[in-house]
Ligand binder design. Structure first.
Ligand SMILES: C[S@@+](CC[C@H](N)C(=O)[O-])C[C@H]1O[C@@H](n2cnc3c(N)ncnc32)[C@H](O)[C@@H]1O
Length: 425
């Protein structure tokens, strides 16, 4: 511990040890909270923060914060942070992971819930939930139990405690649904397995609550060492369009640590679809539109040049095979470029932008996303400091897909990802 700054110093950036962290625990602290596609491993932001941030006054921004891995690490490091994500489920999880709630209140509420389940058997129906959708994805007996839990959560008055319960509820929803394990998209379990699938909803919920409670205790142990009590604030704005000045002013950010999507939701990771069951139960409005609102979700009608030779050439290669796919790919890079312009603007001179990204393959063409990010930033007054490469051993990603769209023909979409470090002039 560096007592002067009260900052945990773990290591300086020495690439020889690699970035894989194969034997490391990636689920410490509140990182244990909730599964989500393509999560960043906490060791990456931890190492970047230790190396690049020298002051406790620093402010971190994660423009694609997902479940808040960078944000949790910023708090453990002792600095304030801001995150944004369009997906309300991601916002909820990030919020719970970064809220230093009094564990006594959580413990009391868990005990109280136990009593409620033992005594109360009357189940209220909820007018708000979309029954047509939910009936397709859950057995009736499961729906009754989930409604029972939901009714209880609705009675919790303290917002942070309510959210803590909602996060455990969301995972319970997913695990007790009729979706296949390990799939990001909504796919029903095989017919022959249906009869035997009878999840114990209350046990699942309790086990999530307990695990999350212990994660919170571990988080608080480190967090409470920081006298400044750093805070995380989570929003739902889209950096492709703008960054509200009332939230982040020009030149206010010291460091961005983020992992943006690898491509449009439709053909890479459908975050909206992954979150649909939870978002329906949590009564999010229009959860079916989320994937269309994410990066690359709105298709451009024509493909233009970025004046980045390699990227333009690769998009042209795809265009020669399939114009529609080329337009989809192009739309994603347009959004990525626009968001980088806005993000560059809020980073202060000498501040850093650290992007964790993989290069995906479309129609057999490997897209140079990590190089495009470097060039987009260079056009915005940044210089390239470093690129670290890592294999993806423990990040939940669909490593194989069917980019050629030939049934049964899969290709590895990515095995490596890059950690790009840019510095503003
Ligand atoms: C790779 S994930 C981030 C994972 C995160 N680092 C974590 O550890 O949980 C990318 C995230 O970007 C979000 N996203 C996609 N397009 C976005 C946009 N235009 N604005 C904000 N968030 C967006 C998705 O909802 C998703 O949560």
């Amino acid at each position: 511990m560096n007592s002067q700054l009260n900052i945990r110093v773990i290591s300086s950036i020495d690439d020889t040890e690699g970035w894989e962290y194969r034997n490391s625990n990636t689920k410490e602290f509140t990182h244990c909270l909730h599964a989500y596609p393509a999560m960043m491993i906490p060791q990456i932001p931890r190492r970047l923060l230790n190396y690049y941030v020298k002051s406790k006054e620093a402010l971190l921004f994660d423009p694609y914060c997902g479940t808040g891995t960078s944000l949790v690490e910023a708090l453990l490091f002792g600095i304030n942070c801001i995150g944004t994500d369009i997906n309300p489920l991601a916002q909820l999880i990030a919020c719970v992971k970064t809220t230093p709630i009094d564990p006594v209140i959580i413990k009391f509420q868990i005990d109280n819930f136990k009593e409620f389940i033992d005594k109360e058997s009357f189940i209220l129906t909820s007018e708000q939930i979309n029954r047509e959708f939910i009936d397709k994805w859950f057995k009736q007996v499961t729906i009754d139990k989930l409604l029972h839990i939901k009714n209880y959560i609705d009675t919790i008055e303290i917002p942070a405690v309510k959210n803590f319960f909602k996060a455990a509820f969301s995972e319970t929803v997913r695990e007790s649904s009729l979706t296949r394990n390990g799939e990001f998209k909504l796919l029903k379990i095989e017919k022959e397995k249906l009869a035997d699938f009878n999840p114990n909803v209350y046990i699942i919920f309790f086990s999530k609550l307990n695990r999350n409670y212990f994660g919170l205790l571990d988080f608080l142990e480190i967090y409470n060492e920081h006298m400044n009590k750093p805070t995380a604030t989570i929003y739902g704005f889209n950096t492709v369009n703008h960054i509200p000045k009332s939230i982040i002013d020009e030149g206010e950010i010291d460091i961005v640590i983020t992992s943006p999507p690898y491509g449009d939701s439709h053909t890479t990771v459908a975050y909206g679809q992954y979150s649909r069951l939870s978002n329906e139960w949590l009564e999010v409005t229009h959860p079916e539109t989320i994937d269309r609102r994410l990066m690359g979700g709105k298709k451009k009608s024509e493909v233009r040049r970025f004046n980045i030779d390699l990227l333009d050439y690769k998009i042209l290669e795809i265009n020669n095979i399939d114009e529609k796919r080329a337009a989809e790919v192009y739309s994603f890079y347009c959004d990525l470029n626009l968001s980088i312009i806005n993000i560059s603007n809020v980073i202060k001179p000498k501040g850093y932008a650290c992007y964790v990204i993989g290069d995906r393959i479309v129609k057999g063409v490997k897209l140079p996303t990590h190089k495009a990010i470097i060039e987009f930033f260079e056009k915005n007054n940044f210089k390239h400091i470093d690129t670290f490469s890592r294999e993806i051993p423990n990040k939940r990603m669909p490593l194989r897909n069917s980019p050629s769209n030939i049934k049964g023909k899969t290709e590895s979409t990515m095995v490596n990802e890059y950690i790009i470090v840019m510095k503003k002039n």
